[in-house]
Write a protein that binds this ligand. Structure first.
Ligand code: AMP
Length: 635
């Protein structure tokens, strides 16, 4: 018998013989017209995958399963917020998506147009995403927890012709109105959408703007039996944009293709996430994040699986809710974030033992470093493998993980695993750009081009920014930077050590400190502010702000300082959303800077985490750091 290749050999082949490797994976999806070229990389760093092929993401996720297995469960909506559970079969999902597609078309949406989706975790959000890709329009989902200023900047960048939204979401039983924030965002934005499609959940007042706002229920009725044929698009046709934070305040629109993304996700469902058609997948993320796009909506559906869309907290009505869903729907793969596990850990540990979790093959965790106590606790409590995976909005699917569907690999505590097939991962020296080949050397995690299928094509409408931001940060070479520090041990396992840039990770949510600084600076009392990410036991990191006031007397007494701190937090809530709210806003008379005026963020962060701030020879005013030390020491 021929010897089975090792994982290292499979990985090598995926890089050395891309054509053969990815042609095989491409068989996992339907091609209306076969592709001619697997990868066109004549114009690096822009990679075009499956060139010449025509396909459709919605057809692959919905229609092809509806044709063969119309009665199979496709979308399971569970809301512990409004106490509802609705199951859509593939046939029902196909019909809902067509109705939504007909509605969008009636509102003038055409191939290539953008549709911004600002929605809570309701089925209509998924219908809208799939309806867009069905007709070749691009969706741009904005996380429902973001507020008007964040939303306005995304409206201006995406320039949607239509926005789909709802009256409100709900969190912990409390209604979170959306419409006011949306109206304010549209008022702030320069670009105005032609139509706003509003889903009325009956949770909050929903004043309609005549001529612009339209009611979903009315149109849903009107297009009851609508059929909307799939628009076959080129493999390279963009399927969506999704905004993510970076070093500058302006969020970047990550643009994804169609064919490469469909193939990459279908392959990852098989090789990484161990999913099989007819089974159930449960990702606890939100559709506003990349995990929601890839592993609530597209990945599971592409694999012919049912996917659970969960609206609610992990702890309500009690800490057993997720596990009761695993039992009820026989979930085989589950995907969550370490923060959620840490939240559950604080609750009654017997909750997990109450349910039959025997269907579950593995729990996948991603989004932030998985610490050892959290990993050990959940592994023990579940009695199932815990599989870490490391990736980014930009890549759309895992860079590092275990590919147990291809070949069983042992996990290593604290490590998300090894480079996944298709990714040529390198550790590079930040200043020389040289590759670090010895074990346990710390370097920047980088990926040699071309990025594999499914990764970002470019920054939406800004190719130059794509090249400048991602491919030009390492001296002397054109290589993709993840902006994460990492090390690799002697057996090839990687460990992620945090970001190299000003991005922080709060409870698995990626936030740019500059965005938060801009928001705080818009308070009339604030002259200058520095925001840093500080280690936190529960959330991984929290944002800490240090502000200099125009008039220091405004925070002279403790009572005044607390009042102002509350005002600033409210301002951030209103502009960016509560996710971006700093844990504390403290007032100082001066910020620590170098003599050339550069903010010493890493030193501030070190002091907040009670670490050594390192080399301070260039600091202009040492008392600035002392003030922060005193504040932190005083609690
Ligand atoms: P996002 O684009 O929101 O998915 O955030 C991506 C960033 O989250 C990465 O660049 C890492 O800094 C961090 N991250 C994601 N997954 C992991 C993981 N498994 N371990 C450590 N850090 C992670």
């Amino acid at each position: 018998m021929p010897k089975r290749p090792t994982f290292a050999q499979v990985h090598r082949r995926s890089l050395d013989d891309k054509e053969a490797f990815w042609s095989e994976q491409a068989e996992l999806i339907h091609w209306e017209k076969p592709f001619k070229t697997v990868c066109d990389y004549r114009n690096p760093p822009f990679a075009n995958w499956f060139v010449g092929g025509k396909t459709n993401l919605c057809y692959n996720a919905v229609d092809r399963h509806a044709e063969k297995h119309p009665k199979r469960k496709a979308l399971i909506w569970v809301s512990t917020e409004v106490d509802k559970e609705v199951v859509y079969t593939f046939a029902e999902l196909q019909s809902e998506v067509q109705r939504m597609a007909a509605i969008l078309k009636s509102l003038g949406v055409k191939k290539g147009d953008r549709v911004l989706v600002y929605m809570p975790m309701v089925p209509e959000a998924v219908f809208a995403m799939l309806a867009c890709t069905r007709i070749g329009a691009l969706h741009s989902v904005v996380f429902g927890g973001f507020a008007s200023v964040s939303l306005a900047s995304r409206i201006d960048d995406a320039q949607p012709s239509v926005i789909v939204s709802a009256d409100a979401g709900s969190r912990g039983g409390k209604v979170v109105p959306y419409k006011g924030l949306l109206d304010e965002a549209i008022r702030l934005a320069v670009h105005k959408p032609e139509k706003v499609l509003m889903v009325n959940r009956g949770l909050a007042p929903m004043p309609m703007e005549p001529g612009r706002d339209v009611d979903y229920a009315t149109l849903h009725q009107r297009f009851a039996d609508a059929t909307v044929p799939v628009t076959w698009v080129d493999s390279t046709h963009p399927s969506y944009t999704l905004y993510t934070s970076g070093t500058t305040g302006k969020p970047k629109g990550v643009q994804r293709d169609t064919g490469g993304y469909a193939v990459a996700l279908a392959a990852s469902m098989k090789h990484i996430f161990l999913g099989k058609p007819g089974e159930t997948y449960f990702s606890t993320s939100d559709i506003g994040w990349v995990v929601g796009h890839s592993y609530i909506v597209y990945g599971p559906l592409l694999a012919g699986m049912a996917t659970i869309l969960y609206e609610g907290l992990p702890t309500r009505p009690d800490a057993a809710i997720w596990w009761s869903l695993v039992e009820k729907y026989k979930v085989t793969s589950m995907f969550s974030a370490p923060t959620a596990v840490r939240v559950l850990k604080k609750q009654d540990p017997s909750a997990l033992k109450k349910h039959d979790l025997s269907s579950l093959r593995a729990l996948f965790l991603a989004g932030e470093p998985l610490d050892e106590p959290t990993s050990a606790w959940i592994a023990e409590a579940l009695g199932r493998p815990i599989i870490d995976n490391y990736w980014q909005t930009e890549t759309g699917w895992p860079i590092l993980s275990l590919c147990n569907g291809l070949q069983k690999q042992d996990s290593r505590i604290g490590s998300p695993g090894k480079p996944v097939y298709g990714y040529d991962v390198k550790l590079l020296d930040e200043s020389s750009g040289e590759e670090l080949t010895q074990p346990n050397q710390k370097g920047v995690v980088a990926i040699e081009g071309p990025l594999p299928p499914g990764c970002m094509q470019t920054v939406w409408r800004d190719d130059a920014r794509f090249v400048k931001t991602y491919w030009s940060s390492i001296p002397g070479r054109q290589v993709y930077s993840t902006f994460d520090w990492g090390i690799r041990d002697e057996d090839g396992y990687y460990f992620i050590l945090g970001r190299t840039d000003d991005v922080i990770n709060v409870a698995g949510h990626r936030l740019g400190t500059r965005e938060i600084e801009e928001s705080i600076s818009s308070h009339p009392a604030v002259a200058e502010v520095a925001v840093v990410g500080v280690a936190d036991q529960l959330k991984g990191q929290v944002a800490m702000a240090f502000a200099v006031l125009k008039d220091a007397s405004k925070a002279a007494s403790t009572a005044d300082a607390l009042k102002l701190e509350g005002e600033i937090m409210k301002l951030v809530d209103g502009q960016l959303g509560a996710v971006a709210r700093p844990a504390r806003v403290r007032f100082v008379s001066v910020l620590p800077k170098t003599r050339s005026g550069k903010l010493l963020r890493r030193a501030i962060q070190a002091v907040c985490e009670q670490r050594d701030p390192g080399d301070l020879t260039t600091i202009e005013d040492p008392s600035a750091l002392q003030q922060i030390k005193d504040l932190v020491g005083a609690g």
